[in-house]
Design a protein around this ligand. Structure first.
Ligand SMILES: *Cc1c(COP(=O)(O)O)cnc(C)c1O
Length: 240
């Protein structure tokens, strides 16, 4: 097979996957009795820009990037009408590279990182929207703050005039026999607590709960997710 037809095949696979996933998101919303928005984020790690652009042409408005260097290598080849959110672990010394290229950072898990984002956002003359990342399963291998620290980190974020806290993000433990449900339920409660604690505060606009990936997005929708982050079921098998 020529390279061209391989690409065409890859593109039509993404088209089919997109249709199927959109339908599943819609059905999950109906089942959950929800009429608010659930945004479909395409997670682009390892995916070539031409395929990312194809997903944008299908109607995806939100791209999720989780490696700074890979994003910097690819973003100039992106085109279309989309927003980029940074969703991966973020070292403070890398914030400066993405501050003018993304509209939200989902992975804030320390005051130090919040302070750096605030400083770089101020220098860039903007306000950066952020989510606090919660390690809801308390796993050693994962980034994020413990559930118990959410309200205190949010309170510390009040001092930063150039970030705006929009909500929470999580990657729960791998689902075993439906185990992710209780984590999503915990997140839903934390999110409600954050919302009520921050009501009326200046640099808070809590409207975003980022949870659910290829293996568990329908359950996440039941528990109020507003952004599902989907990689492998949209783009196909990934090596890592
Ligand atoms: C890779 C990744 C996803 C998507 O995972 P899939 O299981 O491939 O859908 C979502 N969120 C984050 C933070 C990721 O790194």
């Amino acid at each position: 097979m020529t390279e061209k037809s391989l690409t065409n095949e890859a593109l039509s696979t993404v088209t089919d996957n997109y249709r199927r996933l959109s339908e599943r998101i819609e059905n999950a919303k109906v089942k959950a009795g929800r009429t608010d928005d659930v945004h479909f984020m395409a997670v682009t790690k390892t995916v070539p820009p031409e395929i990312v652009n194809h997903s944008v042409s299908l109607g995806i408005k939100l791209l999720g990037e989780n490696r700074v260097q890979e994003f910097l290598d690819k973003y100039e080849s992106y085109d279309g009408d989309y927003d980029v959110h940074f969703i991966g672990g973020l070292q403070t010394n890398k914030v400066k590279y993405i501050i003018d290229k993304v509209s939200m950072i989902h992975s804030v898990d320390s005051v130090k990182l919040a302070a750096e984002i605030d400083k770089r956002a101020a220098a860039a003359g903007r306000i950066m929207d952020v989510l606090l990342e919660v390690n809801i399963g308390g796993e050693l291998s994962k980034n994020g703050i413990p559930a118990d620290d959410v309200l205190s980190l949010a309170a510390e974020a009040e001092q930063f005039g150039n970030i705006r806290v929009r909500g929470l993000m999580t990657i729960p433990p791998v689902d075993v026999n439906g185990s992710s449900e209780r984590y999503f339920e915990k997140m839903q409660r934390l999110y409600a607590d954050l919302k009520s604690q921050s009501a009326g505060k200046e640099n808070f606009l809590v409207d975003t709960l980022s949870m659910g990936m290829s293996g568990d997005f329908e359950k996440a929708i039941v528990y109020g997710s507003t952004i599902v982050r989907i990689g492998s079921l949209l783009f196909g098998y990934r090596k890592y």
